[in-house]
Ligand binder design. Structure first.
Ligand SMILES: Cc1ncc(COP(=O)(O)O)c(C=O)c1O
Length: 396
């Protein structure tokens, strides 16, 4: 029996390798930052979610050290037994104020926030209407919930309306969407989504992991960018990207929503929350964002500069102004080879292909950071151009 299962696991692994989908992990020899030390030497990093360059910021390091001295590093308990420090309450309060929501609950990841959301609020009398391209954690969260599930084609408002009509008999309806979709960097049409929600008596939930802290005029995220603050009922997001990049997530909403999550949400009830060190660092990240509009402007400038230069160099990239930038290549083998060649040029990027993106839509996805400088951007564009030309690939 033991051998049977092991044999099965081995054949699954062989299949994953055969399909070219086996994921290797590159070991970083320096902190997470734009100029990274890896086994191959120093590389310019364009594949982290370190949008504001805070992952190795001196003020965050200092805040972490102080918290370590003051609180120790571990809670050794779930929140409701013996695991809440004042710093957790301060962070929850700060996020609520930052996003203009009534209350906030912390989780050890945004994955957990999404996994623990739907089941705690809805049951078989209700319906969740979810964008087809939503993050895996929303998909898993909805699977754990007994509500009826309706999926609408990505960002297709006609289809969303059809699904809302199909869900008409449900007691409560909740529309769930990523604020920004990670493979294309496109922003959910939240204005139209909120309008439909209001017309059909539904709530809107937005996972803003790829927007909180840096997107929109003051970093409030896609809800600010799309001017729907106050119209979205539930926001989930992460500390693992722009807000210091370590770990942790949260759900913000009405006071009653958060109260019920504290009573019922399983990843909250049965798992430790953030270390106080992470809570202190995340608080510092928000403080820096609120007092440094220049940091957000630098990200916008870097993003616009890179997009313009790549388009001028003849690369195919969808329009937009988010720092997630897909360079469309089509063929999976080309994307993989190009990423390898770019690494040899000292530019670290990742190729994505089916099943992560649709067949024939393979790409290299870059993520721009405020911590990049003009030279970094120019170097990346030059490396892309050189590699494309040596691979004899056509320009757009
Ligand atoms: C849209 C979205 N939601 C949730 C998550 C998970 O966040 P965390 O790393 O905090 O679990 C991610 C991270 O990949 C994400 O992109």
């Amino acid at each position: 029996m033991r051998e049977d299962l092991l044999g099965y696991i081995q054949s699954e692994l062989a299949d994953i390798r055969q399909a070219g989908l086996y994921k290797n992990e590159r070991v970083l020899l320096s902190p997470q930052q734009t100029h990274l030390q890896v086994a191959e030497g120093e590389v310019l990093n364009f594949c982290a979610n370190n949008y504001l360059g805070l992952a190795n910021h001196p003020e965050l390091i200092e805040a972490g050290k102080k918290a370590l001295d003051r609180y120790g590093f571990g809670m050794a308990s779930v929140r409701f037994i013996c695991g809440t420090h004042e710093i957790h309450k301060q962070l929850e309060d700060r996020i609520s104020r930052f996003l203009g929501m009534e209350d906030t609950i912390l989780y050890s990841s945004c994955f957990d926030a999404n996994a623990g959301l739907f089941e705690a609020l809805l049951n078989e009398q209700d319906a969740i209407i979810s964008d087809r391209l939503n993050h895996a954690s929303i998909i898993d969260g909805t699977r754990l919930c007994k509500a009826a599930r309706f999926r609408y084609n990505h960002a297709d408002m006609g289809h969303l309306e059809t699904q809302l009509q199909r869900a008409a008999k449900s007691r409560f309806k909740l529309i769930a969407t990523d604020g920004v979709f990670s493979m294309d960097g496109d922003v959910a049409p939240l204005g139209e989504i909120c309008q439909l929600a209001e017309a059909y008596g539904a709530w809107v939930m937005v996972d803003d992991s790829h927007a909180t802290g840096f997107f929109g005029d003051t970093g409030r995220g896609s809800i600010e960018y799309r001017k729907v603050m106050g119209r979205v009922s539930i926001i989930t997001s992460t500390f693992g990207k722009a807000l210091g990049g370590s770990s942790g997530g949260f759900t913000s909403g009405a006071g009653e929503v958060v109260q019920l999550l504290r009573q019922r949400s399983r990843p909250y009830l049965f798992s430790n929350t953030l270390s106080p060190v992470v809570a202190a660092v995340s608080l510092k990240a928000i403080e820096i964002i609120e007092r440094s509009p220049d940091l957000l402007q630098k990200l916008r400038d870097n993003t616009a500069g890179f997009r313009e230069q790549m388009a001028a160099a003849g690369f195919s990239l969808p329009p937009g102004d988010h720092p997630i930038i897909p360079i469309m290549l089509g063929d999976a083998a080309v994307a993989r080879q190009m990423a390898e060649n770019l690494l040899k040029e000292g530019v670290y990027v990742i190729g994505f292909s089916f099943p992560v993106v649709p067949k024939g839509a393979a790409r290299i996805r870059l993520q721009i950071s405020s911590a990049h400088n003009k030279q970094d951007i120019e170097r990346a564009v030059a490396a892309f151009t050189k590699v494309r030309d040596t691979m004899n690939l056509p320009s757009r």
